[in-house]
Design a protein. Sequence first.
Length: 161
Amino acid sequence: MAVFAKDIYKELHEIAAILMKAERVGHTLQPTALAHEAFLRIGDGSELERKDFVARAARTMRRILVDHARRRRALRRGGGETQEVLVDFGSAAGTEQVEFLALEEALCELETMAPRRARVVELLFFAGLTTREAAEALAVGTTTVEDDWYLARAWLKTRLL
């Protein structure tokens, strides 16, 4: 069990590091704290396959970051601080910045319209899985994941930028 727990912690920390790279500079959460909070919420995941555990961890960490952003927004109530941004959704001209809570709202909307596309965003962008790993997790082909990723990004860009 100790080896498994070590592997789980390493996996959680890697996912947290991916997510935190997309956060603003000076964010008060660190990857270690995010990994620990996720572990407390989801447990050791020993009953899950790796792909399912990674998906659950990414979703949980996303929720933790959203909760954190909402608390910060509630505290400042228009106090002039900059908004929390998530960086990616690059364009040909460069990288676009998206406010994290707006992304969360858009993903929730996408989830009601196209649940699998929202899961693809979650697995590829938030969990950092490869297209092949996401396809396995969703039990679809890699071409389906690539198509869903393309369409989800296009929809999110029009919704957010």
